[in-house]
Design a protein around this ligand. Structure first.
Ligand SMILES: Cc1ncc(COP(=O)(O)O)c(C=O)c1O
Length: 367
């Protein structure tokens, strides 16, 4: 049996550090925000190359508040992709703004920068690229269009902690960067968590208020805010885990290189690391038209896989009101039909990758 992800193995390897950090936080009774969260905000912002970090209770909340800080209002348009987890789009919808989709580049499955300019209207306020699977979108052409049209760029870096674009860490390259610390993420809490990173002091100040009921000081509500605060225990856990993140990321990159080597002469398309990117392989996904058959064959041998994501957002039932339909984004729709995510976590063993790749080869030859 080879799991898709193994959170237990990681916990076992850092248990003593975690328990000490949790115990100290409980003793401090700083259950919501507090010292540990403040320290983690500083450390993670610095890690991501940003001046300010604002801890929130999920990646979705980070996106919601980043959009609000960027000035997105009801009726505005935000250009993004349908080839993403639903949260990217949900956050836009929370405001009553409208997501305007562009297709993705077939080489990377990230926003096709060449399609952005044609999607701009007088209602467009922001561009929201996603660093899918842990590889940065091609940001320079997106930033260039944004600058020329006076638009904000918000990075959805929920899957891309420590990923780089032209030598810079993602999340601090656009105006605002949004991270998720959902447990399965490359840097995962033991519960929910998220953060907005920015170099803009005014945005940071606004988001700090918005996450905590819009208060400038206790019971003085200057903005209509939310209860989106990060918990103290999660801050303490994330601080411990941040110290291991680079080692874990390097392990993921080694696993990806080994997968690439073993799958080189098979019929599956492997993820491409672009020359501008340091891919952090939150997901290692191959592409094949025989995806469903391959997934069944692997499952029969006890190898767990995932599909990220089987239905693009523009074809989800809940979002039919945006007016999109089948055929609107062919690259995105093909990816939804053909992507298969193989087991990927830092503690994965080469022998397990051998087993997975042999099973992939057998399944494809057998079919
Ligand atoms: C691309 C992307 N955006 C946003 C989110 C939302 O993060 P969260 O689950 O922490 O709300 C996720 C992950 O769940 C994600 O993968």
């Amino acid at each position: 049996m080879i799991p898709f992800i193994d959170l237990k193995a990681q916990y076992e390897s850092i248990k003593e550090e975690i328990l000490a950090a949790v115990s100290a936080t409980l003793a401090s009774t700083q259950f919501v925000l507090g010292k540990e969260v403040a320290a983690f905000e500083e450390e993670f912002a610095a890690y991501s190359g940003g001046k300010f970090g604002i801890g929130v209770n999920s990646g979705t909340s980070a996106l919601h508040l980043a959009l609000l800080a960027a000035g997105v209002k009801r009726g505005d348009e935000v250009i993004t992709v349908s080839c993403t987890f639903v949260a990217t789009v949900a956050a836009i919808d929370y405001i009553g703004a409208r997501p305007v989709f562009v297709d993705v580049d077939p080489a990377t499955l990230n926003m096709d920068a060449g399609q952005v300019e044609a999607a701009i209207t007088e209602r467009t306020k922001a561009i929201l690229p996603v660093h899918l699977h842990g590889q940065s979108a091609d940001l320079d052409p997106i930033l260039d269009v944004a600058r020329r049209h006076g638009l904000r760029v918000i990075e959805d870096a929920a899957q891309a902690h420590g990923a780089e674009y032209k030598g810079r860490r993602v999340g601090s390259i656009g105006d605002l960067g949004c991270f998720s610390f959902y447990p399965g993420k490359n840097l995962g809490a033991y519960g929910e968590g998220g953060m907005v990173v920015t170099n803009n002091e005014e945005f940071a100040h606004t988001i700090r208020m918005l996450r905590d009921w819009g208060q400038e000081q206790k019971y003085h509500h200057v903005l209509k805010g939310f209860n989106y605060r990060l918990e103290g225990v999660q801050g303490a856990i994330l601080r411990v885990k941040l110290r291991h993140l680079e080692d874990w990321t390097e392990a993921r990159r080694r696993h990806a290189a080994y997968y690439n080597e073993l799958l080189a002469d098979t019929a599956v398309a492997r993820p491409l690391e672009m020359p501008y990117a340091r891919h952090v392989y939150h997901v290692y996904a191959v592409q094949t038209p025989k995806r469903d058959r391959l997934q069944e064959a692997l499952q029969a041998q006890g190898i767990q896989t995932g599909i990220h994501y089987p239905i693009p957002v523009h074809l989800q039932k809940a979002y039919q009101d945006f007016g999109y339909g089948p055929g609107d984004f062919p690259v995105t729709e093909r990816a939804a039909n053909e992507l298969l995510s193989l087991p990927m976590f830092a503690e994965l063993q080469n022998a397990q990758i051998d087993t997975v790749c042999t099973a992939v080869r057998d399944a494809l030859n057998g079919g």
